[in-house]
Design a protein around this ligand. Structure first.
Ligand code: PRP
Ligand code: ZN
Length: 193
């Protein structure tokens, strides 16, 4: 049998907790931060280090068997993978936020406004459910800067400590979803971790 492949984030918020979780399963391995394929020292397991957004795709196509990913990314990707279990770490929220001095005070005030985000699918689905028509401004990162540069009237982004919102003079308006790390697997796999 081939090694079981497990994909985790190479750099970022999920990375160290994902490694700790695999260790807690009894998988012994040593990474040096640069090798993206690491064989376990005690089990037939290979750890694959990826960019987090890419993990659902690898698991969906069966190139890797399991992955650890945030529910936020998983919802946005809409990949056909099976969620094995919630892992209880990397908890955060996806929040609509507006400038401290904004005239936007409720969800309906978003009508016709521009919202910057890296999560367009989750945002559009939510806006549709609320009957709100708004313009989505798609950004890859540093989303919170958009209102101060007048690129957007609001943002929809991940909030963990709330520090980035505060630093950019933004305040939360509405929490659209809560998120945490989950273990996912390819749906055609006949065993689980
Ligand atoms: C994430 C997220 C927020 C910030 C929230 O950004 O997009 O900007 O962290 O964390 P906080 O509430 O603890 O401040 P990340 O650091 O991943 O950078 P990027 O989105 O600009 O790529
Ligand atoms: Zn950010």
């Amino acid at each position: 049998m081939n090694n079981i492949r497990i994909a985790i984030q190479s750099k970022g918020r999920l990375a160290s907790s994902s490694e700790e979780y695999l260790s807690s399963l009894g998988i012994e391995f040593e990474s040096n931060g640069r090798n993206y394929r690491v064989n376990s020292k005690n089990l037939p397991v290979e750890i694959i280090y990826l960019r987090d957004d890419d993990i659902p795709e690898y698991v969906e196509f069966g190139v890797v068997d399991f992955g650890i990913i945030g529910e936020n990314v998983l919802n946005e990707k809409r990949s056909k993978v099976r969620i094995v279990r919630k892992l209880g770490f990397s908890k955060c929220s996806l929040v609509i936020a507006v400038p401290e001095d904004s005239s936007i005070r409720s969800l309906k005030d978003l009508e016709g406004e521009r919202i910057a985000t890296s999560y367009p699918k989750i945002l559009r689905k939510f806006l549709r459910s609320q009957g709100i028509h708004a313009v989505t401004v798609l950004l890859k990162g540093s989303v919170e800067i958009a209102p101060s540069l007048c690129l957007a009237d609001a943002v929809f982004d991940l909030v963990q400590s709330g520090e980035t919102l505060r630093e950019n003079n933004l305040k939360p308006l509405f929490t659209v979803m809560e998120s945490q790390a989950v273990l996912i697997q390819n749906p055609f796999l006949s065993f689980s971790l």
